[in-house]
Ligand binder design. Structure first.
Ligand SMILES: *[C@@H]1O[C@H](CO)[C@@H](O)[C@H](O)[C@H]1NC(C)=O
Ligand SMILES: *[C@@H]1O[C@H](CO)[C@@H](O)[C@H](O)[C@H]1NC(C)=O
Ligand SMILES: *[C@@H]1O[C@H](CO)[C@@H](O)[C@H](O)[C@H]1NC(C)=O
Ligand SMILES: *[C@@H]1O[C@H](CO)[C@@H](O)[C@H](O)[C@H]1NC(C)=O
Ligand SMILES: *[C@@H]1O[C@H](CO)[C@@H](O)[C@H](O)[C@H]1NC(C)=O
Ligand SMILES: CC(=O)N[C@H]1CO[C@H](CO)[C@@H](O)[C@@H]1O
Ligand SMILES: [Zn+2]
Length: 892
């Protein structure tokens, strides 16, 4: 554990009081403008009717908007559907949604369905006074008077100063926003202070908090402002201990008071969470924003149903995703060969396997008929997928998830306000480590585009100079040397430059050639691609191997950067695997800093048209049968066996935006799939999943490494893809479509599915960069990392991964702590071995929460990690109604 926390919990009380007081003051200003009778009357009624929760809890809920239930005004979500989402609309929504949120308490106590916004009240308010400031005034009055009822004494507060900037700030007065701006004032300047001001440009959100450098509610609070602007009066009133690192402190009056309600109703669990929380040095205490506490009753049956549905989705994921029975940190380490490509004959096992309905089934022996590793069949999968789709389209669930996500986002901001300096200090005091010498994994990079343009150009020139007479290609009926190829293209080594390489080669070859361009292009630079960027050409991929080696040695030179390269297997013939493996072994391509994933382009329709495949089953056979053969009897494919030890994942690639039909529950089997259309993404995904699942079970039982499913998903196209991936995949690449579906986004958060995002890559060229949801995802706590995708096409510098981090840091104002956290995530998401991760992240990296963090390795403060962990636990408790079970270790 690093530095103990020292923010007094009293800060929260102080904030609360300040907040209340300033609202009072604001309402005083507005009070002559509008009558508040209606509001008051209503509030008093609510108060009388309320019997649900204990008083202090309610205080806080009201104070902070109590926004964590599922009513919503109907407008906030509309923007999720549309791509654009004007800021004007969003702006208009803020006052409205905040008034409903207050109103929400009313719904609860009256037992009115909370999914129906109380239109009468809200629109009445809103239509009467179109102007923001007036509606703000209302809200302020309402809140202030509710505070009044709770005997908040706002004595000795400075009088309100109002100016233009006040009003601007007030316009943004969604209840959380206001907290954010308040807190911001109290935090001294620090490098990470503005981290996310610009992050608000994302599609679904309204305007940013650009203006809150001003101090609207605190004119000259000099006497009360020590480091954090804590008012000493309030401090002594609440009698909260100053230091938070002592677990006993958590038992202070206020904390206990705030908790009693929950504790009495239920077991003691909650009490201990809060103690832990403080013990962890987390200054962001539960008491600020009361979470749904363990076992707390749901406000109404609808909320309960929403949570049940979400639980169901998470449980479905548990049912599908392959997990090792013995996680790697408990298993005995695999024997490591000093020469990674040295083959020792291995005794074959007696396993038998048969392809049945597109899925390989494994039997203990030829005569056995009992399947060893049964996997869910396709009917079952598509049924479950449809269930997820149904949940996704449910209005109640959508609004609930939307609210939770907003809540998470604001909670993170509040955390930053309170703790940014502490985090910064912790980082400073960790010796030696900084952003440059922590481990970063490039989690998503296509091998055929892994060198940058300049590198490739230099390589081509040097080959032209050194080996002009090498016969490199068979074209148009004759063998050609490198020199002749360039002559046929009317190019000399001197002519070549990056622009030429790009411009001319772009359209048919270099441009997205990772997607595998099958079109034969007799004239033009498809020859260059064939010669330099293919491994199954006349020179047996020698050039590609050489340039790959250069890339690998660059990688090793940088020491702290690792990469996971994706290399294609097309499924056109069964020998592809052996060829690929022998290319690796012959050229001894190996690096401690690199591991490999296999990518399968979804091109069935192309092969079908070309006549290479007759049914979808052919592709599955070609891709999976060799893997099973090499696993059961490594001697049959010695090189493949060795190569598979370096392969950690399986990827599906191709343009996701191509239209496709949503699969029904009963789909034809792959052998029956003989039409010329490409199957849907989820169809591909299921069959890859099912075969990999059986393969991994088999490999694990034989003590071999496993291959995880980590496809490209959510780059474009339907949300179906993401729903299928939720059930089947470990991690996904991109995932930017998640911004359109709050339900899946929330589920991805809860399941902590890794998102390997590449904001610079094609689909978000610089103009779109601003709209990339990455910073929003990061704030909300989704498990994101940065990766390069295609350095050849995108990046300009020698260190593309750092370029990616650097642009993100500049555009989105990520602080050093944020960057280190993202880098840490990238190691977790990667498929590197347990030993490597333990070396890079710390011996106990597999423990959840701050126990698993070692700031001396990761440079991420424990404060940040425990904030993420506690926040996630609270969300899980909320969804599981306090019954969530948290394993000690992370998911393997
Ligand atoms: C399988 O059955 C055949 C005949 O039924 C028998 O000869 C053979 O020994 C059996 N093999 C195993 C592995 O049990
Ligand atoms: C799929 O599995 C379910 C339950 O496991 C079973 O009821 C169903 O018959 C199976 N369908 C097929 C086509 O095998
Ligand atoms: C690898 O080397 C072996 C033996 O030298 C050769 O037969 C095979 O074709 C080579 N494969 C590749 C892809 O270079
Ligand atoms: C790459 O960018 C082009 C042009 O903006 C776009 O048409 C294409 O769909 C993008 N590719 C992907 C995979 O998003
Ligand atoms: C991402 O997942 C890893 C492993 O489960 C965890 O340690 C890390 O804290 C997560 N990151 C975020 C931002 O939640
Ligand atoms: C949430 C999840 O399953 N994350 C996984 C992402 O992939 C890596 C590598 O396979 C796993 O270690 C993580 O557990
Ligand atoms: Zn990619």
């Amino acid at each position: 554990m690093d530095r103990p926390s020292s923010t007094p919990p009293s800060l929260h009380m102080a904030m609360a009081a300040f907040f209340g007081a300033s609202l009072m003051a604001l309402s005083a200003f507005y009070i002559h403008k509008r009558s508040v009778d209606q509001v008051l009357r209503r509030l008093i009624e609510i108060r009388r009717a309320q019997s649900r929760s204990s008083r202090p809890q309610r205080e806080q809920e009201e104070l902070y908007g109590g926004d964590d239930d599922d009513e919503y005004d109907g407008d906030g979500l509309r923007e999720f559907g549309s791509d654009g989402g004007g800021t004007a609309v969003a702006l208009r929504d803020y006052p409205r949604s905040s008034s409903t949120s207050m109103d929400g308490n009313g719904h609860r106590s009256y037992g009115i369905s909370s999914s129906l916004p109380n239109v009468a009240v809200t629109t009445e308010w809103f239509e009467e006074d179109d102007k923001f400031e007036q509606s703000v005034g209302y809200e302020a009055q309402a809140r202030a008077s509710s505070l009044d009822n709770l005997n908040f004494v706002a004595s000795g507060l400075p009088s309100l100063r109002k100016d233009q900037r006040d009003r601007e700030n007030a316009q943004l007065s969604c209840s959380y926003k206001r907290i954010a701006s308040l807190g911001r004032i109290m935090t001294p300047r620090s490098p990470s202070r503005n981290t996310f001001e610009s992050a608000e440009d994302s599609d679904e959100e309204g305007p940013g908090l650009e203006n809150d450098d001003c101090i609207p509610f605190y004119p000259g609070n000099t006497e009360s402002s020590d480091n954090y602007g804590v008012n000493t009066n309030i401090c002594s009133l609440s009698a909260v201990p100053i230091r938070g690192d002592d677990a006993k402190c958590a038992n202070s009056e206020t904390l206990r008071e705030a908790k009693t309600g929950a504790d009495i109703q239920h077991d003691g669990k909650t009490g201990s969470t809060s103690v832990n929380l403080v013990g962890n040095g987390l200054t962001f205490s539960n008491t600020v924003l009361p979470p749904r506490i363990a076992g707390q009753e749901f406000a109404n049956t609808e909320e309960e149903e929403v949570c049940k549905m979400l639980c169901e989705c998470l449980n479905l994921r548990k049912k599908y995703v392959y997990r090792e029975e013995v996680p790697p940190w408990k298993a005995k380490p695999l024997a490591k060969n000093s020469d990674p490509y040295h083959f020792d004959p291995v005794e074959p096992s007696s396993h038998d396997f048969r392809m049945e309905d597109g899925v390989v089934h494994v039997y203990a022996s030829k005569n056995d008929s009992e399947e060893l590793f049964p996997v869910a069949n396709s009917t079952e999968f598509f049924t479950d997928m449809h269930y997820i789709l149904k949940v996704m389209s449910n209005g109640n669930v959508r609004s609930a998830c939307y609210h939770r996500l907003r809540f998470l986002e604001e909670k993170f901001r509040l955390h930053l306000l309170l703790n940014a300096d502490r985090e910064f200090l912790a980082q400073k005091s960790a010796p030696h480590r900084d952003f440059y010498n922590i481990r970063k994994v490039d989690t998503h990079i296509h091998h055929s585009a892994c060198m940058n343009q300049k590198h490739l150009l230099r390589f081509i020139k040097s080959k032209l100079k050194k080996e002009p007479d090498e016969v490199v290609i068979f074209r148009d009926g004759k063998y050609m040397t490198l020199k002749e190829v360039f002559e046929s293209l009317d190019l000399t080594g001197y002519d070549l430059n990056v622009d030429l390489l790009d411009v001319h080669a772009d359209k048919s070859t270099f441009h997205r050639f990772d997607k595998f361009n099958l079109k034969y292009n007799p004239c033009g630079q498809s020859r260059l691609r064939e010669i330099f960027l293919k491994q199954d050409n006349l020179i047996q991929g020698r050039f590609l191997a050489e340039v790959t080696k250069e890339v690998l040695s660059d990688l090793e030179a940088s020491k702290y950067q690792m990469a996971e390269y994706r290399i294609s297997v097309y499924g056109r013939k069964q020998s592809e695997w052996d060829q690929l493996a022998s290319w690796f072994v012959n050229n001894s391509l190996y690096s401690e800093n690199a591991i490999w994933l296999i990518q399968l382009p979804r091109l069935y329709n192309v092969y079908k048209n070309m006549g290479t495949a007759t049914s979808f089953q052919n592709i599955l056979d070609n891709v999976f049968i060799p893997l099973f053969e090499a696993t059961v009897n490594p001697n049959s494919h010695p090189q493949l066996h060795l190569f598979l030890m370096q392969v950690v994942g399986f990827d599906l690639v191709d343009d996701e935006s191509k239209p496709e039909r949503r699969p029904t529950k009963h789909m034809p089997t792959p052998a029956e799939w003989t039409n010329e259309f490409n199957p849907a993404y989820s169809y591909y995904l299921y069959y890859c999943y099912a075969n990999l699942y059986t393969l991994n079970k088999l490999r694990e039982s034989k003590g071999m490494t496993t291959i995880k499913l980590r496809p490209h998903c959510g780059e474009a196209g339907d949300v179906d893809h993401l729903a299928a991936a939720l059930l089947l995949c470990h991690n996904i690449s991109h995932g930017i479509i998640l911004r359109k579906t709050p339900v899946l986004q929330y589920l991805y958060y809860l399941a902590q599915i890794g998102l390997l995002m590449s904001p610079l890559s094609n689909n978000s060229l610089f103009l779109d960069y601003h709209r990339n949801p990455m910073p929003m995802f990061f704030q909300r706590g989704l498990n994101v990392s940065l990766s390069t995708d295609d350095p050849l096409q995108i990046h300009l510098t020698k260190e593309p991964l750092l370029e990616e981090y650097s642009v993100a840091a500049k555009v989105w104002k990520f602080s050093a702590c944020d960057l280190c956290e993202i880098a840490r995530n990238s190691v977790y998401q990667s498929g590197f071995s347990h030993e490597a991760k333990a070396h890079w992240l710390g011996d106990k990296y597999y423990l959840r929460g701050s126990k698993g963090n070692d700031i001396h390795k990761t440079n991420v403060p424990n404060l940040r990690i425990s904030f993420r962990h506690e926040t996630w636990k609270e969300e899980m408790q909320y969804i599981y109604a306090g019954e969530a079970i948290f394993p000690e270790d992370v998911d393997p």
